[in-house]
Design a protein around this ligand. Structure first.
Ligand code: GLY
Length: 490
């Protein structure tokens, strides 16, 4: 088959998608609609005879116009925001062109944390957390003042994976200080979300859970779920997991399908959870979910595999881990998604561990103004001589000069027989990315032996608790001061 494919987006994840499409044995002409000129995406398009078009890919009318002009047979949506704005609905309804990326109704699993939580409770999907949502800041503040529980306070809408604060209630004498922290955070979220008019609830407060996190990315045709190897994302800006949350400073994937701290059984239970979410979306919205769905999971003492969030797209950088070593033709996978034939596809991948690390301009993620407009100098040859792959992210090329656009500028993937080996390869070339007049930010600790050892130990402790609970069919009790014991009905 020959295809004209339009890819939406402009980051390293979209560069990796573009590269996978450009490797296809199908006759493909690839076009991209991006707001910056990402040279990686542009070159992939050129290799296929297509081009990168600069324009607003968040605007459904613009996407329809470009898809019509190029005669697209398929639109592939990279990031989540165009999905929330109904780009898939517009392209399908106005042009009859299919999309890899769910319709707005189904993308609510990522856009609205309240939607996802309610769906999970309604359909009794395992791995769900107790939560409350608030439309109004006064109501949320009142709740915070009343409850002494350890909680996670989150924006109820997806805002680039940021804005989560977890406050543990341990030392009673610090209670007032903690309440102040919670109140400040609720107010901050409320004011940040005031620019969105597309969700009902603004603040989500849920029980605090702890444990190793991992991302399970899957293709789905709305009926079947095709799981990919597990990846772990490192969200914090600085080493040892401190500093502000970012979109992800790096991610690790082993050479098999699980991570060193997740068992095969936990992987299968995670897949079952995602499968049930897809089924519940169909029942709840009447929409078949077509595209990529990812469970942002945590191993907790309550459930074992537990859902923290869902993505309606590949994670970034998590998508790069998988796509950089994907051997199955991605266009065959897209065809199977559209014809509901996913079970016929076998996912093949190179049997190597993959570690991806982001290099961002200093200032990211809190001060975009400081982080943008710096000239990048990259020694691509040296990066490739170590067997690593370079993916361009938030950059803009103009007249041959490459400048930072404010977010993660590049991501580098390294490969090895195991995760620490792949991590070392990337570390050895991080210095090849420099800014002419400014500093860069990256993390050397991601994928190190020491960090893996800690996560494995943490997972083992958690595993003992949740397995004991499951094997004895223990009910989950909450002890609330002044109220006594309460059984949580799951
Ligand atoms: N790496 C987290 C995300 O894609 O949102």
């Amino acid at each position: 088959m020959s295809y004209r494919i339009l890819l939406l987006g402009e980051g390293a994840r979209e560069h990796a998608i573009a590269e996978a499409i450009s490797r296809s044995v199908h006759k493909v002409k690839l076009y991209a609609l991006s707001s910056h000129v990402n040279p990686g995406i542009r070159d992939c398009c050129k290799r296929t005879g297509g081009e990168l078009i600069v324009g607003d890919f968040l605007n459904p009318d613009k996407v329809v116009e470009v898809a019509r002009n190029i005669g697209a047979d398929l639109v592939v949506v990279g990031p989540e925001e165009p999905l929330f704005r109904g780009v898939t609905n517009a392209v399908e309804e106005k042009l009859g062109v299919p999309c890899i990326g769910p319709r707005r109704e189904a993308a609510q699993i990522e856009q609205s944390k309240a939607f996802l939580r309610e769906l999970m409770w309604k359909y009794k999907i395992p791995g769900r957390l107790r939560f409350r949502t608030f439309r109004d800041v006064a109501e949320a503040l009142e709740y915070i003042k009343e409850t002494g529980e350890s909680v996670a306070i989150k924006p109820a809408r997806q805002v680039g994976g940021k804005g989560v604060k977890i406050v543990a209630d341990i030392q009673a004498y610090l209670r007032d200080v903690r309440t102040e922290v919670k109140i400040e955070h609720v107010k901050r979220i409320y004011s940040e979300l005031s620019r969105y008019s597309d969700i009902e609830h603004r603040i989500l407060i849920e029980e605090k859970v702890e444990g190793p996190e991992y991302t399970l990315q899957c293709f789905t045709d709305g009926q079947n779920v095709m799981p990919l190897p597990l990846v772990q994302d490192y969200k914090h800006a600085f080493e040892l997991g401190i500093g502000p949350e970012t979109g992800g400073m790096g991610s690790i994937m082993d050479k098999g399908w699980v991570l060193p701290f997740i068992t095969q059984e936990e992987y299968e239970r995670s897949v079952e959870i995602v499968r049930r979410i897809v089924q519940a979306v169909r029942e709840e919205t009447g929409t078949e979910y077509r595209g990529i769905i990812a469970g942002q999971m945590m191993l907790t003492t309550i459930w074992g595999p537990t859902v923290i969030e869902c993505y309606s797209r590949f994670g970034d950088p998590e998508g790069v881990n998988v796509l950089s070593v994907l051997e199955t033709d991605i266009v065959d996978i897209f065809e199977a998604v559209l014809s509901k034939a996913l079970p016929k596809i076998k996912i093949e991948r190179k049997p190597v561990a993959v570690v991806v690390k982001a290099v961002a301009p200093a200032g990211y993620p809190l001060n975009k103004r400081l982080a943008q407009g710096h000239i990048l100098e990259i020694d691509k040859e040296k990066i490739e001589s170590k067997g690593c792959k370079l993916y361009f992210g938030s950059v803009h090329e103009e007249e041959g000069v490459l400048k930072t656009a404010g977010s993660r500028a590049v991501e580098i993937a390294g490969f090895g027989d195991n995760i620490p080996e792949a991590a070392e390869k990337v570390n050895s070339v991080l210095g090849c990315v420099r800014l002419r007049d400014w500093k860069v930010l990256y993390r050397l600790d991601i994928g190190s032996e020491e960090s893996l050892r800690k996560i494995i130990m943490q997972a083992e402790l958690i595993r003992q608790v949740y397995r004991a609970r499951l094997s004895r069919e223990l009910k989950i009790y909450d002890w609330i001061p002044g109220k006594g014991l309460r059984v949580i009905e799951y």
